[in-house]
Ligand binder design. Structure first.
Ligand code: FEO
Length: 387
């Protein structure tokens, strides 16, 4: 990978991880993930976060290559999650005189992860500044984006925002792929619950003159910053990004799947431009969550199971609820061979979500799609198209 260029004095020292099986033990990352980290070389030298312990050797080598024999003065900790803080202990062991810069919450969490003994600390508050010489760091608290201690740092001379997990995406830096696709999957699954807090951070950012965003994952953003900030504004305000329909199904023997595929095709035939279909039992549920938030309408179709709903659908609805799914219209299809129960359960979940309108009537299939079901599906397709 060619190293991202930040400035002559701010260097990228992060690491690509292409061997991790599941990020945070739950997200598939077919193109890996990057643990971004930076060092600012000035009269005083500041390291901006570390990296996951998985990457500590390579991260150290990157740091030492940029230090060229010098000693870092500060470690700025924007976030204590181990994918960025995992190497703090080793950094302090190597440079025991380094001062750790964090906020009050950072230092309540630090001892939970590391037994550091006597270590130099600098507690910073909202808008406080730290001069390194030519560079001045200014700190802004971003609580619950998406941990309580998160803060972002604005470097005034270069107009760079070190944005913590904000504006991050899955995928190693050498991956050539659309930013929004993997940034959206990252956002809704990891940060999504905290839209209100992201909105608060965006308000703070709007007051700054930002020329570059350096996140903790994914590419450094240098151009069209309004595009990225605009998407974050849409996502964090729980507004649909596009008109479109997600058809999410959980099918045991394939009959519910057939109904789902049929209604998806009917929607396309009616001219609906964006129709995404996902098999919740087999496909990446994080992608399903992403698409549910992306589009303004959804159809959920599931088999009945144990007098409830087939578990892959229940897990999906649980996750949607946890991530704050709201402001959408949803149609329901259930299947049941003797006592259909899926719709009742799906409705129970959807009823607990804010401003989720259930499009009536629900379709209840008995085992297989029949002629009568096809006309019901057609009617539902038209209703969803016009909703
Ligand atoms: Fe990338 Fe929340 O850590």
């Amino acid at each position: 990978m060619s190293k991202p260029v930040i400035t002559d004095t701010i260097k990228y020292i992060g690491v690509d991880d292409k061997t991790i099986d599941l990020f945070e033990s739950q997200y598939v990352v077919p193109n890996g993930v990057s643990y971004n980290s930076y060092v600012i070389l000035d009269d005083k030298i500041a390291v901006m976060d570390t990296a996951d312990a998985r990457a500590s050797e390579e991260w150290f080598a990157n740091l030492q290559a940029e230090l060229n024999g010098k000693t870092p003065d500060y470690l700025v900790v924007s976030h204590m999650e181990p994918d960025h803080a995992g190497t703090i202990g080793k950094l302090i062991a190597a440079y025991p005189d380094i001062t750790i810069v964090g906020n009050a919450k950072t230092f309540t969490m630090l001892p939970n992860f590391f037994e550091l003994g006597d270590v130099k600390t600098l507690v910073v508050k909202e808008k406080e500044e730290l001069s390194l010489g030519q560079h001045t760091l200014q700190f802004f608290m971003a609580p619950m984006v998406h941990w309580p201690e998160v803060m972002v740092t604005y470097e005034k001379s270069s107009k760079i925002l070190f944005s913590a997990d904000g504006f991050g995406k899955f995928g190693a830096l050498d991956t050539d792929e659309d930013w929004a696709c993997e940034a959206r999957r990252y956002y809704f699954n990891i940060v999504g619950k905290y839209g209100v807090q992201v909105q608060a951070l965006l308000k703070k950012a709007a007051a700054l003159d930002i020329e570059m965003i350096c996140p903790l994952h994914g590419p450094i953003l240098k151009e069209n910053l309004g595009y990225y900030i605009g998407l974050y504004d849409t996502w964090s305000s729980y507004k649909p990004e596009n008109k479109g329909v997600l058809v999410a199904y959980a099918s045991i023997h394939g009959n519910t799947a057939k109904a789902a595929e049929q209604i998806a095709q009917m929607l396309r035939d009616l001219g609906e431009e964006k129709v995404a279909v996902t098999d919740l039992a087999r496909e990446d549920i994080a992608e399903a969550i992403e698409d549910a938030f992306r589009y303004d309408r959804m159809i959920v179709a599931a088999s009945s199971y144990d007098a409830s709903v087939f578990p892959p659908m229940e897990l999906f609805l649980l996750k949607l609820k946890a991530k704050g799914y709201q402001n959408r219209k949803v149609a329901i299809i259930e299947n049941g061979s003797w006592a259909p129960s899926a719709a009742k359960k799906m409705r129970e979940y959807l009823d607990t979500m804010k401003n989720v309108e259930i499009l009536e009537p629900v379709i209840s299939i008995r085992s297989t799609v029949k002629e009568e079901t096809v006309s019901q599906l057609k009617a539902m397709a038209e209703m969803v198209k016009n909703a």
